[in-house]
Write a protein that binds this ligand. Structure first.
Ligand code: NA7
Length: 538
């Protein structure tokens, strides 16, 4: 959808920034409440992260039957997923279907990026500006900008000097990339690298993978969905959704009652084998109740996964380089793979360990490391995102006393419930720092965040209230609580994007709230039923 309209100026009830799963559902809710909304979206159409991340192998690592909206019972009955884990194109078809079915594009300006938003305390409204010169005033601002939507470029010198093509997994060209007979480099071995490497290797003349930190990955064991299983789930979809909402991660899974130390080694291995064969992403982290709390329990799982890598990768030296050793499993986001480790057995694939031979710079025909020169036609940056805060801090958001969100968060993000921030009245953030979001099935979190925020907006209208702002004390207490829970676990013990450790200079703060979607929902509902405890209204 190419934007052809002139700059617009006007007034509306709510400006919604972002047209991924979160922004789209927000439009649906607001419309049902009889409110006007204007949507702003940088992409050419709906889909958010699934519109941008079109690299080969891009796939969701939460089951398709779970990673879908639950707000409409007919929608969930009529849509049919083809595989256990949906591909990016299938997810995008789903988003398009939902957008058509509920006519959600109507209020959205595509190919339009929000550049600034300024709060006026006297007018009780936000003024939002875009790169097309639009200027919208609105009582409420909803930042549904996604947690993994600000692509991170690698910190490598002389990138512009490379004469071949460079592509980033998070900004993949719509026409695709032809790797046939090409010398290809992939830099980065997070989820995007791990998903794309096996498919790129099948096409390229030679693929060289540049790895800074190895990752744990579990095979997806993907495949077509069994129609009988789907029919039986659809019969009890409502109950299943209700169970998701009170679960820990937004997926229904058994809560482990035993410590890893309470179970004999043989039995543990049998349990791990079953999880491996089932291909469930977080099965290993939830295999025992102390995996993410006790380093020695975590080491049992890590050892098992490293042994698996060694059993797959034929060359022992390569296998050792692929084994993560510098952090507990789970402290960097676990990956779901399809033939990733097997790919290193191909004769046309090699691995460069950037810990021992860092990249010094790009050169016209390739990559220079401290050890050698590598020639390439195509370089793929699979270098991830400035996660969670990046998309919120990219535009200039100016709050109550003229303070920008960037300044307010200069030492790390500060939110109350992960939904609001002191000094920024009438602004709601969906899946922001301080919310469970990225540690969970995003769809369950998104629906909860959107429902809760829109209910506040409805409550304010009912009570004739113009302005809502979280109190500083409530926010401080929430930030402390988020940190306290994180520090009780092993999650902050890796240099992960959860912590902002992947972006040089970013404050090192563990951003997601990891107590689980069920407990979080209870807290949010408790705040609401206690007349929005911790908020001041005007
Ligand atoms: P990730 O998981 O942040 O992975 C990025 C990878 O890129 C990771 O291996 C990084 O190494 C590597 N990287 C980043 N910068 C550089 C530089 N400058 N040089 C070399 N290597 C670098 O992003 P993804 O897109 O794969 O996945 C993000 C999430 O999307 C994923 O967790 C799922 O939730 C879905 P590092 O580990 O920092 O040493």
């Amino acid at each position: 959808m190419t934007r052809t309209s002139q700059a617009e100026t006007g007034s509306t009830d709510v400006v919604v920034v972002g047209a991924g799963f979160a922004g789209l559902y927000m439009h649906h809710r607001l419309r049902a409440m009889g409110l006007m909304a204007v949507g702003i979206e940088a992409a050419g159409d709906v889909g958010g992260t699934w519109w941008w991340n079109r690299y080969p192998g891009a796939r969701c690592d939460i089951r398709s039957l779970d990673y879908s909206y639950s707000f409409d019972a007919d929608l969930e009955q009529e849509w049919n997923w083809s595989e256990k884990y949906a591909t990016q194109p299938e997810i995008l078809s789903y988003v398009n279907h939902v957008s058509d079915r509920f006519d959600l594009r109507r209020d959205i300006r595509f190919e339009t990026r929000m550049t600034s938003a300024r709060w006026s305390d006297s007018a009780n409204e936000w003024t939002v500006e875009t790169d097309h010169g639009d200027q919208w005033t609105a009582r409420f601002l909803v930042m549904a900008v996604g947690a993994l939507s600000a692509a991170k470029e690698p910190e490598i010198d002389d990138i512009a000097s490379f004469n071949g093509s460079i592509v980033h997994t998070a900004k993949w060209p719509h026409e695709g990339v032809n790797f046939a007979d090409k010398l290809v480099a992939v830099i980065g071995t997070g989820s995007s690298g791990i998903q794309s490497i096996p498919l790129i290797a099948q096409q390229a003349r030679h693929l060289t993978v540049f790895q800074r930190t190895p990752n744990f990955a579990v095979p997806a064991q993907n495949g077509p969905l069994d129609p009988e299983m789907v029919a039986s789930l659809k019969q009890r979809y409502r109950e299943h959704r209700a169970e998701q909402r009170v679960s820990h991660g937004g997926v229904v899974s058994p809560s482990p009652e035993q410590s890893a130390h309470e179970v004999a080694p043989d039995e543990r291995t049998m349990r791990f084998d079953a999880i491996w064969e089932e291909g469930m992403l977080f099965g290993f982290l939830g295999s025992f109740n102390d995996v993410m709390i006790d380093p020695s329990a975590n080491a049992i799982v890590s050892d098992y996964l490293r042994d698996r890598i060694r059993s797959i990768v034929s060359d022992p030296a390569t296998a050792e380089l692929l084994c993560p050793t510098s952090y507990p499993v789970g402290a960097k986001r676990l990956c779901l793979d399809t033939g990733y480790f097997e790919t290193f057995n191909r004769p046309n694939v090699s691995l460069v360990d950037l810990r021992s031979t860092p990249i010094t710079r790009l050169i016209p025909n390739g990559i220079e490391t401290t050890e050698s020169l590598h020639e390439f036609d195509v370089i793929v940056f699979a270098t991830g995102f400035d996660a969670m805060t990046g998309p919120l801090l990219a535009p200039e958001i100016i709050g109550k006393d003229g303070e920008t969100l960037r300044d307010a968060w200069s030492a790390g993000p500060r939110t109350y419930l992960g939904l609001t921030s002191h000094g920024f009245p009438n602004m709601f953030m969906i899946t922001a720092p301080g919310s469970p979001s990225v540690m969970t099935n995003m769809l369950v979190s998104i629906e909860q965040h959107v429902d809760w925020s829109s209910e506040v907006i409805a409550w304010m209208a009912e009570h004739g209230v113009q302005q809502i702002e979280p109190d500083l004390e409530a926010q401080d207490a929430w930030v402390d609580h988020v940190n306290e829970i994180a520090n009780f676990t092993l999650f902050p013990k890796g240099n992960s994007w959860y912590l902002g450790a992947n972006v040089p200079g970013k404050p090192r703060v563990f951003m997601p709230y990891i107590a689980g979607v069920g407990p979080y929902r209870e807290i949010c509902d408790g705040v609401a039923s206690d007349n929005y405890r911790g908020f001041t209204f005007q």
